[in-house]
Design a protein around this ligand. Structure first.
Ligand code: GLA
Length: 384
């Protein structure tokens, strides 16, 4: 826990930088005024990975320099008891061995690009194919598997972490050197805000998101099917059997995809709808009614009835991938040692639509030199 006193003591002892303390685990530990940095593990090539922890309002967040991973996100229930609501692992090796993108920063392109290929300004590009015939989440070594530089900041009442990385020209087949900055902010109210920014030196495509799996009853506590979810989307993008959008914007009315009024996530998930069969549950992009906006607008409310925890999401993005943890198959033990099974977490990945580089009718994901890619998503927490 970062108390003001501990932080001040750390800062004073450290002078301008960090105070190294033994740390409870005997691991290397450093404290700034607003953040705690701990050694989390070492990659096979010798690169050290840190875990940063920040706290504001009633929210505590820990982030790994590996993959920009949201490792834990602790928020209170209606009695003020905090629980970690983000699925993940306790150690670095588990993240490296095989993580289904737990908590990860996704880039350069969130979700799928058909057959890993697209054409931009008349030139064809080939990306690594890592999901059946398609390229998923930036290829086999996307942003989720890179080490980011992390710096803590304070802006008025907000505290946060800035993650930076330059993705070299041609990385994972994408054109242009992409300079990326992502701010993870905790506001004084305990809201979790993510601001993405990117610039390029050649025309390219970009679609950044965060892949946190939530369980508002607490990570490792079982199924999320009882959570009540509302999504402000009248349409979604149906997919083929490889989960590539067909290009159609189908109405949610009369389908399991109708979350315009709050309903339990599990209510229609066993309906034999062709799209549910393709996704093995819900794994679909919802076309938000508000569309692409300059400022984040409210799109989602999720409520967990037992704990009373409520998460609201606002975003600038035109879409959100709602994924019901269909590929969690009991093969991972999570942060608290419990095994994750299908439906034990859900993702709401704010984004441009999947396969946009091949779908001229979808909002464009092209970024050109001189322009700045910007995207913001805010998660607000309350109880009822
Ligand atoms: C996204 C995809 C899913 C799945 C998960 C990660 O949500 O749409 O199909 O790949 O990421 O397992």
């Amino acid at each position: 826990m970062i108390t003001a006193a501990a932080a001040a003591a750390g800062a004073a002892a450290a002078g301008p930088a960090y105070a190294s303390t033994g740390g409870a685990s005997g691991k290397e530990r450093a404290v700034t005024e607003h953040a705690v940095k701990e050694h989390f593990g070492t990659l096979a090539d010798g690169t050290k990975v840190d875990r940063w922890t920040i706290e504001n309002g009633r929210t505590r967040l820990s982030v790994l320099s590996y993959g920009g991973v949201v490792q834990t996100l602790e928020i209170p229930d209606r009695h003020g008891h905090r629980a970690n609501v983000s699925l993940g692992f306790a150690d670095l090796d588990a993240y490296v061995a095989s993580s289904p993108y737990f908590g990860a920063l996704i880039g350069r392109y969130g979700n799928r690009i058909a057959r890993g290929t697209f054409t931009l300004d008349g030139k064809a590009y080939q990306l690594p194919v890592n999901d059946g015939p398609n390229s998923l989440h930036g290829g086999d070594k996307g942003f989720d598997k890179r080490v980011w530089t992390v710096e803590p900041f304070r802006k008025g009442p907000d505290v946060g972490l800035t993650l930076r990385r330059v993705s070299p020209d041609g990385e994972m087949g994408y054109p242009g050197a992409l300079t990326v900055r992502v701010d993870y902010t905790l506001t004084a109210a305990g809201d979790f805000r993510i601001d993405y920014e990117a610039t390029t030196d050649k025309a390219t495509v970009v679609n950044l998101t965060n892949h946190t799996y939530y369980n508002l009853a607490g990570e490792g506590s079982g199924s999320i099917y009882d959570h009540r979810l509302q999504i402000a989307a009248s349409r979604y993008t149906p997919v083929d059997k490889t989960l590539i959008p067909t290009g159609e914007l189908a109405k949610v009315a009369g389908t399991p995809f109708d979350f315009r009024r709050a309903k339990e996530i599990g209510r229609d998930i066993r309906e034999a709808h062709q799209q549910v069969l393709y996704g093995q549950g819900i794994d679909h992009n919802f076309a938000l009614d508000k569309g692409l906006t300059r400022r984040p607008e409210h799109i989602v409310t999720v409520t967990e009835p037992e704990s009373g925890r409520v998460m609201k999401i606002a975003t600038t993005e035109p879409g959100v991938q709602f994924y019901t943890g269909n590929f969690l198959t009991g093969t991972f033990a999570g942060t608290s040692g419990q095994v994750y099974r299908q439906g034990d977490g859900f993702c709401l990945e704010t984004q441009h639509f999947p396969d946009s580089p091949n779908q001229p009718s979808f909002p464009s994901t092209v970024l050109r030199p001189g322009d700045t890619y910007r995207s913001t998503t805010v998660h607000s927490f309350s109880t009822r």
